[in-house]
Write a protein of this length. Structure first.
Length: 362
């Protein structure tokens, strides 16, 4: 089989050394004569690997003691409901920053549980670029919390600085950018991420939460959705996704030991994104990305061909060249190359080489 670079938006590539290790120890974990997928989550051997994964994540993010790591079910979207069920006050409201598709889905879900104040930031700037109007960020100081999406996976828009919300807790959907760069965790009340972009298997959700936000949820909240119960039970109230936890732990170890932490990870990611955006920007308009440069996502690069009638040929020839998953999201069309942590620089080089060759052929 020839090497395929997978640019899919999620589930997406995982680091090759992680996959190789998981394969090697799949049938016999740590000499125990059974697979990790068969082990009781209550066994001391499993608990040891579970604790180590949490500790590695704490180390990578340099988490202060007043932040907890929770692993929950339901992926990223599960948290769209969990956040308001756990944090909304009965008669209050929550601020939802709307910057694209995913923050919009979060907002829509939250409306089932609380009054929502939507802050519409999407705009077209004077250069005709897709941008964000930060002046429209009129926050309510009495809001229960402010929710935003750090990286709009579909629109290719990333917000690099934490929003300043004063004393109102800031909640971030970091599904498609977590662990791609260092974060000042202390600026956030909660950072959460569905795992299948930068961490591991889908269905699993990583939640970084400040202690004071772990409290009695709304009475109708399912126990599996309660931050309080999840914390009290060490994320093992019911059977966790043990394999996802294990594999995520291998990814944390890879970032910590092989990459050398989030500063090094960020350097790699900056280099990859710059290579692709440069290729687009220097194509004399053959390829176009219309996002305001200050908000261009490092993880999801969206672009169109000037002559859209060539899009099908582009995708077909890319696939033949071992470059898969480049078709844009169905709501936007065009192309999207996801450059998550596991995508090596060589993969992006292969893509830009292909793009240059395609341009000269067509
Ligand atoms: C993929 C994604 C989600 C949804 O994750 P699921 O695990 O499919 O629920 C939520 N938010 C963002 C920003 C995403 O990229």
């Amino acid at each position: 089989m020839t090497k395929v670079y997978n640019f899919s938006a999620g589930p997406s590539m995982l680091p090759e050394p992680v996959m190789a290790r998981a394969q090697k120890e799949f049938l016999n974990y740590n000499g125990l004569g059974m697979s990790v997928i068969e082990m009781s989550h209550r066994s001391k051997e499993y608990q040891a690997l579970a604790d180590e994964a949490v500790q590695d994540l704490r180390d990578i993010l340099r988490l202060p003691d007043n932040y907890q790591v929770l692993f929950m079910h339901g992926g990223g979207r599960g948290m769209f409901a969990n956040v308001p069920m756990n944090l909304a006050s009965k008669d209050g409201s929550a601020d939802y920053v709307h910057t694209g598709a995913w923050s919009g889905y979060a907002l829509k879900e939250a409306k089932k549980y609380t009054r929502v104040n939507a802050l519409e930031l999407e705009c077209v700037n004077d250069k005709g670029q897709h941008s964000l109007n930060m002046d429209a960020l009129k926050l309510d100081p009495a809001a229960s919390y402010v929710h935003y999406c750090m990286n709009e996976t579909i629109h290719g828009i990333e917000i690099f600085e934490p929003l300043d919300t004063g004393s109102v807790p800031l909640i971030a959907d970091a599904s498609s950018t977590i662990l791609s760069r260092p974060l000042d965790v202390t600026k956030y009340g909660i950072i959460y991420a569905g795992a299948q972009k930068n961490i591991g298997p889908s269905g699993f959700c990583v939640v970084i939460i400040r202690d004071d936000l772990i409290k009695e949820p709304a009475p109708f909240t399912p126990d599996v959705s309660s931050f309080q119960i999840t914390r009290d039970k060490g994320s093992m109230f019911n059977t966790p996704n043990t394999f996802a936890w294990y594999l995520s732990g291998l990814v944390f170890k890879w970032i910590k030991d092989e990459i050398g932490g989030l500063e090094a990870m960020e350097q790699r990611n900056k280099e990859k994104a710059a290579l692709l955006y440069d290729c687009i920007d220097s194509s004399d308009g053959y390829y176009v990305n219309k996002v305001d440069p200050q908000y261009r996502s490092r993880m999801n690069v969206v672009f169109n061909l000037r002559d859209e009638s060539l899009s099908d040929a582009f995708l077909k020839e890319a696939k033949e060249a071992g470059l898969s998953g480049l078709k844009g999201h169905r709501v936007l069309g065009g192309m999207r190359a996801s450059l998550y942590n596991a995508m090596p620089l060589e993969g992006v080089k292969a893509l830009t080489d292909f793009m240059a060759a395609f341009k000269s052929r067509h």
